[in-house]
Design a protein around this ligand. Structure first.
Ligand SMILES: Cc1cc2nc3c(=O)[nH]c(=O)nc-3n(C[C@H](O)[C@H](O)[C@H](O)COP(=O)(O)OP(=O)(O)OC[C@H]3O[C@@H](n4cnc5c(N)ncnc54)[C@H](O)[C@@H]3O)c2cc1C
Length: 449
């Protein structure tokens, strides 16, 4: 029996339950559908990275991957008819739009008498399946992490790479992903640079495997160095996890095999699962405050736009913020500490709406992920899952002293500041005054409740 494997956030062959199930049944047609609706808000950097990940998957399937543009249900039914496939296998989606799309596709396939076979998700523990004793979803990370550990202990391990008999659709002309992405560029980006980040991380399952093996050997020391910006010591697995060149199950199994307990690292992977779970229960939290009441109203006027634009260009005069924002432009990636400091500066010192910052990150990051990004931003803005939201204001100068003490990170990403005779710009705002302003706004918002 012929099956379609519809690839989405699972661009790999290894540890892929849907692919393994389809391959056990008979020949497989690997398909990626560029859905114009989902592709519209994908920026050029993430679009390019996705193309590279797809090219790697195509190569690893002996150049059998079929890429089509269009409404997924229509494309799937058309490809099934062309090739005689009677079932569609996929890794289940968990984001609000992904779930709505899967529900619509399942209906359309049922009407066309084609079987819909979702298997697993891009997470170790399926989002939406853990609940507190009283049935409510988790909102606090620590409690979620405990429940997650209990459940994860009974989750089956990685699925071996199956032998696959690939088939191709006749007369296939590959679609170009870059032609479809980025058609919905938010107006507040104005004239901000749009060229794809030139120093993007490598894409594809082989690159992911290499990064994982390199990291597995040093994971035990991760806790001590993860925030050391100069050492660049984190795993850099996020782009691979985002496109699914790696499954987190595989990552955990590799750590076990390398004899690395690495609790701090495992904890970070659980943050990824926690945010996916929060978003699953609260789809609106992608763009609306999770905890709206008591949050100070952010600025969205012309002056805020000018401040946002300087921030996004890495032109704030705060070296750590500018280094982070320049790294984002150059690589489409930033370490977590830099993301925290840059996001906090925009929201707490420039008083700009977190949604503007989140949209810029999502547009530029190769790992731009609606759950981790939006909830990372909401955590910083104090509207999300942080238990002590409004008083946490990262001072970018203190943060640089603590996490980039010799300036190695800042020098790497902001070299012009350190050239002999280089201009050292003044900070665009007075940090102490804006901190007071942020606290006053928060107090006023709380008083108004
Ligand atoms: C404002 C803001 C925006 C963010 N946007 C994204 C995003 O769009 N996509 C994304 O994958 N991560 C995002 N993060 C989380 C985190 O910054 C990145 O996952 C991490 O920097 C990726 O680098 P790494 O793979 O070397 O991480 P490591 O430190 O090696 O961690 C391993 C993995 O754990 C997960 N992880 C680590 N930290 C977090 C976290 N705080 N929240 C959720 N998952 C985490 C990631 O999958 C990461 O690859 C954001 C964080 C903040 C504060």
């Amino acid at each position: 029996m012929r099956s379609i494997v519809w690839f989405r956030r699972d661009l790999r062959r290894d540890d892929h339950p849907a692919l393994a199930a389809a391959a056990a049944r008979g020949p497989v047609l690997g398909l990626f559908v560029v859905d114009p609706v989902l592709a519209a808000p994908v920026g050029p950097t993430r679009g390019r990275y996705l193309s590279e990940a797809l090219a790697a998957l195509d190569a690893s399937s002996g150049h059998h991957l079929v890429i089509r543009v269009g409404d997924p249900a229509e494309v799937l039914i058309a490809v099934a008819r062309e090739t005689g496939a009677d079932a569609v296998y996929a890794t289940a989606e968990t984001t609000p739009r992904g779930r709505a799309r899967d529900a619509a596709v399942a209906d359309a396939l049922a009407r066309a008498a084609i079987a819909w076979r979702p298997h697993s998700t891009p997470y170790v523990v399926e989002p939406g399946t853990l609940r507190q004793r009283d049935g409510r979803p988790y909102r606090v990370f620590g409690a979620y992490a405990r429940a997650w550990a209990e459940r994860a202990a009974s989750v089956p391990g990685p699925v071996p790479t199956p032998p696959v008999t690939w088939v191709r659709a006749p007369g296939e002309v590959p679609a170009v992903v870059g032609d479809v992405v980025g058609t919905r560029r938010p107006a507040h980006f104005g004239g901000l640079p749009d060229a794809p980040a030139p120093a993007r991380p490598p894409a594809g399952e082989d690159a992911a495997r290499e990064a994982l093996l390199a990291f597995a050997g040093r994971a035990e020391g991760y806790g001590a160095v993860r925030d050391d910006l100069g050492r660049d010591a984190t795993s850099r697995l996020s782009p691979h996890l985002h496109v699914g060149a790696l499954h987190p199950r595989t990552v955990l199994a590799a750590l076990d095999a390398a004899g690395q307990v690495a609790p701090e690292f495992r904890r970070q992977l659980v943050w990824r699962e926690f945010y996916a779970d929060v978003l699953w229960h609260e789809p609106r939290s992608a763009w609306h405050d999770l905890r709206g009441a008591g949050a100070p109203p952010p600025d969205r006027d012309g002056a805020a736009l000018a401040r946002f634009s300087r921030w996004a260009r890495g032109d704030t005069g705060l070296p750590l913020v500018d280094a982070g924002m320049r790294q984002l432009l150059a690589e489409g990636w930033m370490p977590n500490r830099a993301r925290l400091v840059c996001a906090s500066f925009l929201v707490k010192h420039l008083h700009v709406d977190w949604r503007w910052g989140a949209s810029w990150f999502l547009w530029r990051l190769v790992d731009g992920d609606v759950a981790s990004n939006q909830h990372g931003w909401q955590w910083v803005a104090g509207t999300g899952t942080d238990a002590a939201p409004y008083h946490r204001i990262f001072n970018p100068v203190r943060q640089a002293e603590r996490f980039d003490p010799d300036g190695a990170y800042t020098r790497r990403h902001l070299p012009e500041r350190y050239r002999p005779g280089g201009v050292v710009p003044a900070p665009m705002v007075d940090l102490a005054a804006e901190r007071r302003e942020a606290l006053a706004r928060a107090a006023m918002a709380r008083g108004a409740r």
